[in-house]
Every structure is written in C-alpha cells, then in structure tokens.
Write a new protein. Structure first.
Length: 563
C-alpha cells in the first residue's frame, strides 16, 4: 500500500509554482529590456524602505531594496506596465531620485515587504543610537544589584501583554547589564528557546530564557540599531551602537554569528568608567610599578602589554596614556574601537570600510610628528616593523600583542620578522597580564590550608622573597569565596577584578643573547635577577594577602601540577 503525503505534495506544488514564476519573470525582463533580480540573494538596505510606505509599495507592486550615492535608488517591480507602478516610479523621479529598475517575482517583493513588519515590531529609533532617558534607566535599574533580581524583573515583564513589551525587555536586559557591571551580553538560540547570559567579572551567568518569536524581533532591533543587514542570516556580521544616558555615551559592539537554531548575538559593553582606572590601582606589584613608571618616563622605546582577549590590555594601555599626558607633548592613538575618550589626545579608530588599518594609521600618524603613539594591537609583520622603527626614531610606542607570557613577546616579534638586533634597542619592557576576581570583602571565608597546600605555599614564598625581599607575605590562614555570596557581590562571593602581572625588562644581559633567538625558558632564567614576579608568583602573593582565592587563581593560571 502506497502512503500518500498530501502536505509534502502541496509543498512540491508550491515550489514548482515559485520556480515557474521566476522563469516567467526572467523571460518578461528580457522582453521589457529590464534586468531581472532574485532579491532573496541580495542585501536589503533598511533605510531605503522609508522612501515609500508599505501600503503604497504593496498596492503598486513596488519594492525599494537599495540606495546609492547621489540619490540613487534600486527598485524592484512586478510589472513595468502597471499604472500604479509607473505612477510610483514617476513620483520618485520627480523628487530628484535616479531610479534603477529591476523586475522581480511576487515572492521576491514579499521578502522586501516583510521587512516593513520587522521594522515596526522593532520600534527602533535612529540607526546607531538607542536613546534611553536617564529617568527610564533609573526606573529600570531601581533596586537592581544582582543578576537574580534582573532575572526576576525580566521574567515578570515576559508575562505581561503590552505594545512596548519588546522595547521594555530589551532595555531591561541592557539596563541590568549596566547595573551589575557586565562586560558582555550573550544571546544564544537553543532548540526550543534562547538563552541570555551576562559576563560579570569574566564569568558567564544565566539571566533568562525567551521564546524564539520574541528573540527574532529582539535580534531585528539589535541589527537595526547596529546598522546590520536584516535579511543576512547565514553569515557573520559586526556592528555597533551607543546608549545615551546620564550625559554619557556607552558604546556597544555587536557580533552576530549564524547557528543551528538561529543567530547568536554577543553585545560587548564598552563603559568608559570600567576602563578609566589609574595605573596605581591596577594591582601591579610595587617593584614592577616602580620599573614601569621609570620606563614610561623615557622619551623613546616600546612598551608592550600582552595576554589573551579579555585580560585587561586596553585598560593598561589607557592607564599608560593618562600617566604620560602632558600639555607639552603630542599623543596619537590608533584603536579598534576607541573605548574611552581622553581630552587633549588625538584618537583615531580603524575602519574596514575606509581601509584605515593599524598599519595605514601608524604610517599616517608618524607624519603628524607625535611624541607618543598608542597602537591598539600589533597584528602583522609590517605593523610590527614600523612600530619598532618608530621606537628607534624618537617616539615612545605603546601597544599590545597576543602571547601567553612576557617572554613570548620577544619570540613573537621575531616570528613577525623583526630583526633581533633592532628589537633589543627598541623594546623597553614587555608586560604580560591576566585578570582574576577579587574576593568579596563582606562575605569571604577564612580557612586553614591543607598540608599539601602548606608545602606549596612555603615553596612559593621562598621563591617570591628570593626575587623580591621587600614582598611582605607569610603563611597563615587563606581565604575563599562564600558559596552563597551576599547582596554586595551579586551572590557570587567575588566583587570586581584585579590584574596579575609579569614583565621582562630589556637589559644588557638580555641584549647579548637575543641574537641567538633563545627559548622562553632561557629568557626566564636570564631575567630571574630582575626581581619581577611571574604571573603565578604574583597570583600566589595576592592569595596570601586575601585578595583572591586559590580556586580563582587556578582558573586563570596553571598551578595544578604544583599541588
């Protein structure tokens, strides 16, 4: 017995009808000598839709899907001989628009018309700016001091029926992130729902789940705000928007990634307050801080900070800039993006659209006669070579590099093609860093170390004090996070973060062996007498001082093999 699937047959018939219509439109386009277009395969410019309203577009079988310079519009029509279509095209031309006409099927036109609905549902303001008043933010943030409270407020709002439900939920998700000092908002589609999480103090925390329908509308709003293409769902997109409140613009960087169950969105919050930390408050060991201040005060050379994404490199670079700020010198920065605006500094931002890269920006900056140049990141050999050359020719250069430790900076620069002989003259100091969460001062718990931990700590204390006799640490009780936390720490047991630092200072001993391209292990041995702690040693010192916990240190720095 043959099973007849009526639904499947209907789908096949509908597909055949669509294909037949596309072939017909292609044939007619040749007859009328008008190019054919399949709009589903092209980007739709959302701003172009505003030139005619949805009712007129549907009634005249017209869709404006793109715009260009000098008032150029790309318009798709179903039939160029339709009176209403001709009227709309003539009206656009009378308004001074240059119209490029294409023939498209009703299916293609529907794709564009569908964007009108998405725009109305998104209830957005200007592209690139979310104008939330201080009063709105204050109301939304009232009483919010932990992620559980944010979750409670969002879940309460999810149950309401309101025309502004989408806007309020989206604003509450943003407001909650600001309130708990989140650095990122992660929106991750699952099979049946969408998971929303905050990254607070470097750790992800669940906030809520929303249904796919609401998320699609929310995703549309994010795309509109960020200037992204609505109909591009199978490719990555990056954008940005700003949130205005309290006389401050908080920049939000948007990253969209296609996934199995929908587009994954990450919003990176660039709050100026979070990175305006003085150099003295970053957690740098006093001995290393003294060395850094000495190197920063030099008129030439290169100071590099290294570490993975999210290690606080940009915050450190900004601290360098504020430390060196002087009305008698000129400072130029090349950043991606400008995360914090500093008065009396020329700050520029790289842009793929204008081909303004770190390399082209550095070349241009050198023609502006700066005293200090800050390069957000050295990504390629050409940029590395020019940066080194700038450090050798009367400039002080600050930059960052992706390496695991301070010793790795030297081998990385050599791999990028920098001459070791030249490097030894250009590089002042290489700084590596990580971020660890600080124990909450209101609820942290003291504990006795185990016998194994005592042996480990005693061994580390000996190493630390051999390098730096002035380091005041001893083995007593150690501290850990309270499992349930308190109202001051977002119920996590931790509040805020602090840096771990290590560095390699360019000395005569190091210069002598650099031409032999030594390994990282050899570099560490040569620089032991500099008295600068390693990341692990700096972390252990902070554990013994009750600043962080051993568990938190193990999350960031490898110490398991020693315990």
């Amino acid at each position: 017995m043959v099973h007849f699937d009526e639904n499947q047959q209907d789908k096949q018939v509908a597909l055949l009808h669509k294909q037949e219509e596309e072939r017909l439109i292609q044939t007619l386009s040749q007859k009328y000598n008008i190019p054919y277009i399949h709009i589903s395969l092209h980007d739709i410019d959302i701003e172009a839709l505003s030139f005619i309203n949805e009712e007129v577009a549907r009634d005249a079988y017209v869709a404006i899907f793109g715009k260009g310079p000098k008032k150029q519009l790309k318009v798709a029509v179903f039939s160029p001989r339709n009176e209403k279509t001709e009227s709309v095209l003539q009206n656009l031309q009378q308004k001074g628009f240059s119209v490029e006409t294409y023939m498209a099927s009703k299916e293609s036109l529907n794709v564009v018309w569908g964007c009108y609905k998405e725009i109305s549902q998104a209830t957005t303001t200007d592209v690139g700016v979310l104008d939330v008043t201080s009063e709105d933010i204050s109301t939304l943030m009232e009483g919010v001091n932990s992620t559980p409270i944010v979750t409670e407020k969002i879940n309460s709002l999810l149950g309401e029926k309101s025309a502004r439900k989408l806007s309020r939920i989206f604003e509450l998700i943003l407001s909650g992130a600001f309130a708990v000092k989140s650095s990122d908002i992660h929106m991750e589609p699952q099979e049946d729902s969408v998971r929303i999480r905050y990254r607070v103090d470097g750790v992800l925390q669940d906030i809520c789940s929303v249904d796919q329908t609401l998320y699609r509308r929310m995703c549309t709003r994010v795309k509109l705000l960020s200037g992204l293409k609505l109909n591009v769902v199978k490719d990555t997109q990056d954008g940005r928007f700003s949130v205005k409140f309290k006389n401050t613009d908080i920049e939000v960087r948007t990253s969209v990634l296609p996934g199995q169950y929908g587009e994954s969105v990450v919003l990176r919050i660039l709050d100026p307050e979070s990175i305006s930390v003085p150099l003295e408050e970053l957690g740098i060991n006093p001995h290393l801080l003294h060395t850094l201040n000495k190197e920063i005060s030099k008129p030439t050379g290169m100071i590099l900070t290294t570490g993975p994404t999210g290690a606080g490199k940009t915050t450190t670079l900004y601290a360098f800039l504020r430390k060196t700020l002087d009305p008698n010198i000129k400072i130029i920065t090349i950043e991606d993006p400008i995360e914090y605006h500093i008065k009396n500094i020329v700050q520029t931002q790289v842009s793929e659209q204008t081909n303004y890269t770190f390399l082209s920006g550095l070349r241009a900056a050198l023609r502006q006669d700066p005293d200090i140049i800050m390069i957000g990141e050295i990504r390629d050999g050409e940029t590395a070579k020019i940066a080194v050359n700038a450090a050798l020719t009367g400039h002080l250069v600050f930059s960052s590099l992706h390496t695991n430790n301070a010793a790795g900076t030297i081998s990385r620069l050599i791999d990028l093609g920098v001459n070791p002989k030249v490097l030894s003259s250009a590089l002042n100091i290489s700084l590596a860093q990580r971020l660890v969460r600080k124990l909450c001062e209101h609820c942290k718990v003291s504990m006795e170390p185990t016998e194994k931990e005592k042996v480990f700590f005693e061994k580390m204390i000996e190493k630390i004090q051999k390098k730096n006799p002035e380091e005041n640490i001893s083995l007593g009780k150690i501290w850990k996070a309270n499992d349930i936390g308190c109202e001051h720490c977002n119920a996590s047991g931790y509040k805020g973060r602090i840096g771990l630092y290590e560095a390699i200072l360019m000395t005569n001993d190091l210069e002598d062996v650099l031409v032999e391209n030594p390994s990282e292990r050899e570099l560490l041995k040569i620089t032991e007498n500099q008295g600068i702690l390693t990341l692990k040693e700096d972390g252990i010192a902070k554990v013994l001082k009750g600043i962080t916990s051993l568990e938190e240190l193990a999350r960031v720095v490898e110490i398991e093999e020693d315990l």
